[in-house]
Design a protein around this ligand. Sequence first.
Ligand code: PLP
Length: 355
Amino acid sequence: MKKHNFYAGPCILSPYTIQKTADAVLNFADMDLSILEVSHRSKQFQAVMDEAVALTKELLNIPEGYHVLFLGGGASLQFCMVPFNLLNKKAAYINTGTWAGNAIKEAKLFGEVDVIASSEASNFNYIPKDFVIPTDADYFHYTSNNTIYGTEIRKDFDSPIPMVCDMSSDIFSREFDVTKYECIYGGAQKNLAPAGVTIVIIKEDALGKVSRQIPTMLDYRTHIKKGSMFNTPPVLPIYSALMTLRWYKEQGGVKEMERRDIEKAAILYDEIDRNKLFRGTVAEEDRSIMNVCFVMNPDYAELEKDFMEFATMKGMVGIKGHRSVGGFRASLYNALPKESVEALVAVMKEFEAKH
Ligand SMILES: *Cc1c(COP(=O)(O)O)cnc(C)c1O
């Protein structure tokens, strides 16, 4: 039976990415060798790195003065690398979920952290709106998509200071104004590649302004200077990332991804709002188009396990909600086809008809 993959991360990748990655594991760049067994210094892999950087710049409209890096350590290491490199005295953060909280925790090791807004008191079910970004902070950090709670910020803030953004789970799903940011980062395993590589977009001018010593591996300048090859990079995830980037370009770029993502999310939210058995968990205006969280309506709470089993039997995979929200979460990343959303909606309708 065809599986519909709604996992939150690692998660669905385009069939093109999977096929091309499999091919390269067997025979990379007509070398008659696996990509797993050739040097990252080979000219064939250098070409992969160069094209991945160039395509990222093209797809995201990244201007001169910014560098694209492919690093190890996940988005979680960026929670520490960002303040290590950019926080001199004070930084402003908003706390919109678990990942934002983790970023705040690390930043506190490096200076004053002004948490200017938080939705923690209501289990992060909305994005705070009325906050003022201080002008005397070094940067303002936010998480654009809260993967666990299903809220999303899809518009660049008007910020008086440079911004830093964790875009792990919605990068390549909208166009944004790179010039408003000092740093944008994301673990690749949601909209780009298998786990193991982190994409970092960093502004050259933002660096070299902190007074502390930075260990070599944690200094962005090291990786800029060495073209993300100071140490051995995660070659296979980078190769897969390149395949996804090629696929994005061929499909019509980020604008087209956004159009599809909005359409897919609307199909599912419409059904959640219509179906008497279910309800959404977050403020409507903050609903994520990447991670759709929903629960049983209170009158039907006892059907949760039954629906889970029914949906699983029908080929739905990965829809169990995160333990901090409960219920269900369907992740609709770029690679997820509309047919999968329609299949989930059909299952929800069929289940409703039985009750
Ligand atoms: C998954 C995720 C992370 C963690 O990424 P790792 O690569 O596992 O460290 C951080 N932020 C957001 C928004 C995420 O979705």
